[in-house]
Design a binder for this molecule. Structure first.
Ligand code: ADP
Length: 786
């Protein structure tokens, strides 16, 4: 054993030990790049592998003691076994680093192979493995341990190379692709180095050991360096510089040759050479520029005319006021300046509680999320606003600083499919983010690229603010239009209600005057006849009958008006007792049967008997039901039908009153429950109570609604519309809870806050409490009827 062959393994051991030590102490900045300990294990195994070559080379010494199989293990064979184990550990590390989930599976397979190979190597009687030249001699005759070792190495090599290239092609971040490419270089270095290291021939194996060491050093670098240097750019630059150097060298060579051949005598020689040098320099400078341009074009040098493009950009955006147009111009400029595949704009606005709301301008971006958030106290905001620095998607994915961001934020940025983001800040406020996808060359972003991106973002600032103001203004305008529309609807409604009030005067005078005129007329007649002594008994009877009818009508009308005025002040006094809907309905219909018969209407009722008992104010409910049925009679032509039915639905009693009458327009279906509202022209009304289209003061449904709501129920109508030809009919629904809920308002005021009326009522009834008038009404008064 020579000194030189122990010196290198010893040196390598030391180098591995130092590397291991430094690596173990180094804090890693990346997340998700696989575990560090697998690379440490690889380094440790490589260290042991180097140690093997410090053992005495005892292959021949052991040749005659064949009693123990372990005695067959020679130092070179042990080297082969250990080198294979290094490969297994390295396989696991590499696959994890390239983010393959199947790493454990492949490693397990490799371990099985390694076990088999080690076992066969140890038990075999053949000692050639690992000896000088063994790699070339194991095929004929076949030496199995050797064959298995080489086959395994080939498979591992192919697997790792394929893994690296596949990761390179499928990576959507250039930085990740670059890392994969880096492994495509160090994998062959480690594997070939390892194989050469076991070759047994001095020189070769020493080269191998060093190569393997540098390969593993590269792996360490990839783990501790946050971003691996840009391999393709480095390669291109090296090549470009090489070509230019070669070009210059050729010219110098030619000049030297030509200078040598000049045969002029001493005096003029220097002058000639000087002139020649000048001439060549004159030609060289443009030639070099041409060569430089060609090389730049071939290897992608700096983009030409960047400043011109940027100037053009700032000119263009100064005239832009639409967000979409701004997004277009920004995209186009980034395409040109950075040769980016995609680019876009994200709008940033203040959201709720410490968040910033992100909204991508989706134009031209395809399928990107609609919204996202970032937090005021988060690292992204820190970077974009506080540091005013660009942010790389790679950092978001793998940087330790961003490890804590929420998955939904991570997802938003992932779905944007961009590579770099630059903040748009105006007056110390983050109003947008300019984002840029991968470059067409798939190169990672350089610092000058990011610088350019920041410039574009800065230039976008004012234009973006203006465009957002314009967009806001538009939105406001639309809101305003919507408000106006609603306002005009409301004012229409108000006008209608106002009409209702004016109608009241017409109706009240009309309705009140008719019976009043009758009373007047009859009393006048009676007086006159009495004076002349002509009044006979039967005449008195008929006239007092008519007088009573007129008085009744007056009384009814005044009663209804009083009821409604009670509704105004929440003062309808309901007295609850148990009763049945069937009873209520029967009492409601009873006085109407005569008119039903006269008008030849078909009145039917079903399902009422099966309804459960209910807590209700019997009299009031009778009044409400009667008003509804009365309407059905009034607005259904002779010979029509009225169907009343009752059923339970969701713990409520529903009473339906369906008629085959003229129907009610949708526009009026709510208004009819308002005080004094009638669909027909008030002056056209006749005053007969049950005649078809007979008049009413427009109070019936208002009272019915007040009563039903006082019971905690609802009343509504469904109808296709009013059509006196087709008679589509209307259906009134009354929903009543079995027991009125304690919080149910007894009556809904028509005009809430009619304070004067309220005060008036209070002055009439000093016992009423001052606070909430409804509250006491909810309690059934003492002496409740039952
Ligand atoms: P009125 O005393 O005028 O009948 P209501 O408050 O009872 O007042 O009804 C208001 C308006 O609703 C009526 O004038 C009528 O135009 C319409 N209406 C009520 N019930 C019906 C019905 N069953 N079919 C058609 N229209 C109806």
């Amino acid at each position: 054993m020579s000194n030189s062959s122990t010196l290198l393994p010893a040196g390598l051991m030391a180098a591995y030990a130092v590397t291991l030590l430094l690596f173990a102490r180094r804090q890693r900045e990346q997340i998700g790049m696989g575990k560090r300990r697998w690379l440490m294990l690889t380094l440790l195994l490589a260290l042991l592998n180097a140690a093997v070559y410090l053992l005495p080379d005892d292959a021949h010494m052991q040749a005659d003691t064949k009693d123990f199989f372990i005695s067959e293990l020679t130092q070179p064979a042990l080297g082969v076994i250990l080198a294979s184990l290094v490969f297994v550990a390295f396989t696991y590390h590499t696959l994890r680093y390239l983010q393959y989930r199947s790493a454990p599976l492949w490693t397990a397979a490799a371990l099985i192979w390694w076990g088999a190979q080690a076992a066969i190597t140890i038990t075999t009687k053949d000692l050639s493995i690992g000896q000088d030249g063994w790699l070339g001699t194991i095929y004929d005759p076949v030496v199995w341990p050797g064959i298995i070792a080489i086959a395994g190495w080939a498979v591992i090599g192919a697997l790792l190379l394929i893994a690296a290239f596949y990761a390179f092609f499928k990576a959507h971040l250039p930085e990740v692709a670059n890392q994969a490419l880096f492994y495509a270089i160090i994998v062959p270095l480690v594997l070939l180095g390892g194989v050469l290291g076991t070759s047994g021939s001095t020189g070769m194996r020493e080269i191998g050991w060093v190569a393997e060491f540098f390969g593993l050093l590269g792996a360490v670098y990839s783990m501790i360096a946050y971003r691996v240097f840009d391999i393709r750019r480095t390669l291109r630059q090296t090549l470009a510089t090489g070509i230019l150097t070669l070009f210059t060298a050729l010219i110098i060579f030619w000049v030297l040759l030509t200078g040598r051949e000049m045969d002029t005598d001493g005096d003029t020689l220097y002058l000639m050479l000087g002139l020649f040098a000048l001439a060549v320099a004159l030609i060289y400078i443009p030639l070099r520029t041409v060569a430089q341009n060609i090389v730049n074009r071939l290897f992608g040098g700096p983009t030409e005319g960047v400043s011109q493009l940027l100037r053009q950009f700032s000119e263009e955006i100064s005239g832009v006021v639409e967000l979409d147009a701004l997004a277009d111009v920004t995209q186009r400029t980034l395409h040109q300046v950075l040769r980016a595949r995609r680019a876009g704009l994200i709008l940033v606005s203040n959201g709720a509680d410490g968040t910033l709301h992100l909204e991508p301008v989706r134009r031209g971006l395809g399928d990107v999320p609609e919204h996202g958030v970032i937090f005021h106290d988060g690292p992204i905001y820190e970077r974009l606003l506080k540091a005013r620095a660009p942010l790389l998607q790679y950092d978001l994915d793998f940087g330790r600083t961003y490890a804590s961001i929420k998955p939904e934020q991570r997802q938003f940025f992932e779905q944007m499919r961009m590579s770099a983001y630059a903040p748009v800040v105006v007056q110390n406020e983050l109003i947008g983010i300019v984002c840029c996808g991968s470059k067409t060359s798939d190169d990672p972003f350089t610092n000058s690229d990011l610088e350019l991106l920041m410039t574009v973002a800065n230039q976008t600032g004012v234009a973006l603010r203006n465009a957002r103001l314009v967009a806001d203004l538009r939105r406001r305008e639309m809101d305003q239009a919507e408000l106006n529309r609603r306002l005009s609807n409301t004012s229409d409604q108000l006008a209608q209600l106002d009409g209702v009030k004016t109608d009241f005067i017409t109706i009240a005078s009309h309705e009140l005057r008719t019976p009043l005129a009758q009373i007047r007329g009859y009393t006048d007649i009676m007086e006159a006849m009495n004076e002349q002594g002509l009044l006979e008994q039967d005449q008195i009877e008929s006239m007092t009958g008519n007088l009573r009818k007129a008085a009744d009508r007056l009384e009814n009308l005044i009663g209804a008006m009083l009821d409604v005025s009670q509704l105004n002040v929440n003062a309808m006094d309901l007295r609850f007792a148990q009763t049945s809907i069937e009873n209520v309905m029967r009492m409601a219909i009873e006085p109407l049967t005569e008119s039903v018969k006269n008008r030849k209407l078909m009145l039917s009722a079903r399902g009422l008997r099966n309804l459960p008992p209910i807590q209700a104010d019997m009299q009031r409910l009778v009044q409400a039901f009667r008003n509804v049925v009365l309407n059905a009679i009034k607005y259904t032509p002779d010979g029509g039908r009225i169907d009343i039915s009752g059923y339970m639905k969701d713990n409520e009693i529903i009473v339906e009153v369906r008629d085959s009458g003229i129907g009610i327009d949708r526009a009026h279906q709510q208004l009819i429950f308002e005080k004094f509202f009638r669909v027909q022209d008030p002056s056209l009304h006749s005053t007969g109570t049950t005649k078809f289209m007979g008049a009413g003061p427009g109070l019936g449904l208002t009272i019915a609604k007040g009563v039903v709501e006082g019971h905690g129920g609802r009343i509504w109508v469904e109808s296709e519309g009013q059509d006196p030809q087709r008679m589509p009919g209307s259906t009134f629904f009354i929903a009543l809870p079995l027991t009125p809920p304690a919080e149910a308002k007894r009556v809904l005021p028509f005009e809430q806050g009619s304070k004067q009326m309220e005060n008036f009522m209070r002055s009439q009834n000093p016992d009423a409490p001052q606070g909430e008038p409804e509250a006491t009404l909810l309690k059934p008064p003492p002496g409740m009827r039952g």
